[in-house]
Write a protein that binds this ligand. Structure first.
Ligand SMILES: Nc1ncnc2c1ncn2[C@@H]1O[C@H](COP(=O)(O)OP(=O)(O)O)[C@@H](O)[C@H]1O
Ligand SMILES: [Mg+2]
Length: 312
């Protein structure tokens, strides 16, 4: 399997602040890869370094087989980039934006005509070609922006927070569109702060404070962290149980999910200790089971405190 991206010790500092802290990773060609993390984690800065839009303070990066520092033009020919900030011209119509980007990417007339229809089709903009871009709902604008970013059939596509601010229906449509691009053979790198979107990715890199804290496929990551001491307490009085477990200092995390209370119990004999606490506090009916950690649980675990919490 050949590599679309290879980054080694990639670092970006702004003055004395380190936004991206010596990250190393490889991305296989043809994959849908998610950079996931809270605002400020360093996702956009990483993407910009990969695209050659910002110069790393140190480290190396190869994109589509080309060194980003030495062959930025070759890199640019092979990538499409949709920025987190609105990348279209809001005073231009839909048609004008597509034509503008067609010009930027040097598309010939025939190719532009083909791609024009394609964008209108995938972005669901038939009949709206003459509308000003600023008058489109955000979801449509985002799909148009994606269409414009891939007019030239790039091998690698970078989408920075494409689903930020759109409702779940639009978000799902957007992911369908990503799936379609992927089927056509492109490597797709998407950033998002919505953890639930991790499930749509074949491979995920979770970022926290400029570092990659988790890297792998969703199944692989869940397998790797299956031993996290997570327990589920089924109860008819979740709020009461939550308040009880919150008082135990060996329970570092507790959360209510419907009728269940999830706890993170990093201690010896966690099951017995939990039973004990339930009994001691007079909880009448409950059932404790070992829980399989969700990606969210794993992310929380890996970012707790300094972000270096150990597992297993
Ligand atoms: N041009 C800049 N100058 C100074 N700090 C910056 C600049 N760009 C980003 N940062 C800081 O770097 C950190 C990472 O930002 P960013 O890469 O945008 O994170 P994300 O995309 O994950 O939200 C943030 O703390 C942000 O404030
Ligand atoms: Mg960002």
């Amino acid at each position: 399997m050949s590599l679309a991206i290879k980054a080694k010790n990639l670092t970006k500092k702004f003055g004395s602040f380190t936004a991206v802290d010596s990250v190393s990773f490889e991305i296989e060609e043809g994959k849908v890869v998610g950079f996931i993390g809270a605002n400020g984690a360093g996702k956009s800065t990483t993407i910009k370094m990969l695209c050659g839009l910002t110069t790393p303070t140190s480290g190396e990066v190869t994109v589509a087989g080309f060194d980003v520092a030495r062959q930025p033009e070759r890199v640019r020919e092979n990538i499409g980039y949709m920025s987190q900030k609105f990348s279209l011209y809001s005073d231009l119509t839909v048609k004008e934006n597509i034509e503008f980007y067609g010009g930027v990417y040097g598309l010939g007339n025939t190719e532009l005509r083909d791609r024009f229809s394609w964008v209108i089709e995938v972005a669901d903009l038939r009949g709206k070609e003459g509308l000003l871009t600023r008058d489109l709902p955000l979801g449509w604008r985002q799909r148009l922006a994606l269409g414009c970013a891939v007019l030239h059939h790039p091998r690698i596509v970078f989408l920075d927070e494409p689903t930020s601010g759109v409702d779940p229906v639009v978000r799902d449509k957007f992911w369908q569109l990503i799936g379609q691009l992927s089927e056509e053979g492109a490597t797709i790198i998407v950033t998002t702060h919505h953890l639930e979107e991790a499930e749509f990715c074949e491979s995920i890199l979770m970022m926290h404070l400029g570092k990659i804290v988790v890297n792998g496929s969703p199944e692989g990551i869940r397998r790797e962290y299956s031993n996290l001491p997570l327990f589920e307490i089924e109860t008819s009085e979740p709020l009461n149980v939550f308040n009880i477990v919150e008082r135990e200092e060996w329970i570092s995390d507790a959360a209510i999910y419907g009728d269940n209370v999830h706890v993170y119990a990093e201690t010896t004999e966690p099951m017995a200790k939990l039973e004990d606490v339930m009994k001691k506090n007079g909880v009448a009916k409950y059932r404790i089971v070992k829980a399989s950690p969700t990606l969210e649980d794993i992310f929380v675990n890996r970012t707790r405190g300094t972000g270096t919490a150990s597992h297993v």
